[in-house]
Design a protein around this ligand. Structure first.
Ligand code: 6PG
Length: 240
């Protein structure tokens, strides 16, 4: 499906539109399969969406929450994506603890953490070898360097195509991240992007020609739905 690009007037409008889309996709997944899976983005942009999800009334026992990437820090660390989403949303709704699937960061080595989470995701989806399970919704953001999840420019993680989960590298600091093929296997991908500092990255992501190793978000070409929700301050339009 061609990417759907929507430019919203401001961040609150962007968040409301994201909420509308997320609820629509989760409810239709539950209607069709009696279960819904979502993988969350970290960073600052999705936090107000999580706060709005905390006010929703969903059949929480049918929702399973994962993360698209995580910083290699303990779960109670201020930089933890898990911590952010729990404080903004998950601690405020009656979702069963076993329905929350964070990337555990207590391994001595990030590759062990990646292996463990890969095993957990494969078990959850009962995936066969070489199969990439389809999340119903994956939320993503981009950095001003056009990284997404923890797939950073010129890093080895960009080349990993035979795994679900791998080790990312942000300036020498490890991260755990979904791989490109796992992200591209999703039924619906939703990018939330706000701020003028993201303009250049967006122009390169949507340019006819540009290097995917330099602008990793260009690698995100899913079979399913792809939504780009941008706020006006990105100063990006489809005509760009
Ligand atoms: C992370 C994210 C990362 C994020 C972008 C945008 O763990 O940092 O998953 O990919 O989406 O860095 O971050 P902002 O929303 O803060 O601009």
């Amino acid at each position: 499906m061609n990417p759907q690009i929507e430019v919203l007037s401001d961040v609150p409008a962007l968040v409301d539109r994201a909420l509308e889309l997320v609820l629509e996709k989760l409810k239709s997944a539950i209607a069709e399969r009696n279960i819904a899976t979502i993988a969350l983005a970290g960073g600052s942009t999705p936090k107000p969406l999580y706060e709005k999800l905390a006010q929703q009334d969903l059949p929480w026992e049918k929702l399973h929450v994962f993360w698209g990437d995580e910083r290699y820090v303990p779960a109670d660390h201020p930089d933890s994506n898990q911590r952010m989403a729990r404080l903004a949303w998950l601690n405020h709704v009656p979702i069963p603890a076993e329905n929350i699937h964070p990337m555990q960061m207590d391994a001595i080595d990030p590759t062990i953490a990646a292996d463990r989470h890969e095993a957990e995701v494969k078990k959850f989806f009962n995936s066969k070898p070489g199969e990439f399970p389809a999340f119903d919704v994956i939320l993503l953001g981009i950095g001003d360097d056009a990284h997404t999840a923890s797939l950073f420019p010129h890093t080895q993680a960009l080349q990993v195509c035979d795994r679900l989960i791998t080790v990312g590298n942000k300036d020498g600091n490890p991260r755990i991240t979904f791989t490109v093929p796992l992200i591209n296997a999703a039924r619906t991908l939703i990018f939330m992007v706000a701020g003028s500092n993201k303009h250049h990255a967006l122009t390169q992501i949507f340019a006819d020609q540009a290097d995917t190793d330099t602008y990793p978000a260009r690698l995100i070409q899913p079979q399913g739905e792809l939504w780009w929700l941008l706020d006006q301050s990105t100063n990006f339009s489809k005509e760009n």
